[in-house]
Design a protein around this ligand. Structure first.
Ligand code: PNS
Length: 159
């Protein structure tokens, strides 16, 4: 059985993430979407539980997708779960340098391959950090994130 893994902060999940998740799920028997608990990163907007819950809601139409979390090394989580490939979305060339380096490091550590999936051009400008910033200042992000996420952002930033 071919199992793929999409890791990330998902703070919050955007339409760009969902596009990559849906397309990856169509190529694999199973897809694990794993949210990172990263104590080294700045305080996230949403807690790990909230990020996981949002991912669960927005992927519930996908039968072969499971949502999980991890801390520590990605490749350890991947090996424990029998993952055959890590999948990363690439928005632009600017993403590539760092993603390539991580892919090579992860391969060196585990012999698990990383596959790059080009983001749909529709979402190539999109990032969770920009969505947070726009929402924080009252901008409309409803076309950039699933409705459940837009609602949570509105609640979080309501004046
Ligand atoms: O959504 P993000 O924050 O860009 O995702 C980054 C993530 C989680 C994929 C990356 O930081 C990661 O894999 N972290 C886990 C720790 C790890 O394995 N580091 C070594 C990477 S080569």
């Amino acid at each position: 059985m071919a199992i793929a893994l999409i890791p990330g902060s998902f703070d919050p999940v955007t339409n760009g993430h969902l596009d990559i998740i849906e397309r990856t799920a169509s190529h694999f028997d199973e897809l694990i979407v794993a949210v990172i608990r990263n104590p080294q990163k700045a305080e996230p907007l949403f807690t790990l539980d909230e990020r996981q819950d949002l991912l669960l809601e927005v992927t519930k139409h996908l039968d072969n997708v499971r949502v999980d979390f991890f801390k520590g090394l990605l490749v350890e989580f991947a090996a424990e779960h029998g993952v055959s490939a890590i999948v990363k979305g690439l928005r632009a060339v600017s993403d590539f340098d760092y993603e390539l380096q991580m892919a090579q490091m992860n391969y060196q550590l585990s012999k698990i391959d990383t596959l790059f999936m080009p983001t749909s051009s529709r979402w190539s400008f999109l990032s969770s950090s920009l969505v947070r910033e726009v929402a924080r200042f009252g901008g409309d992000v409803s076309k950039m994130v699933p409705p459940q996420v837009a609602e949570r952002l509105q609640e979080r930033f309501k004046k």
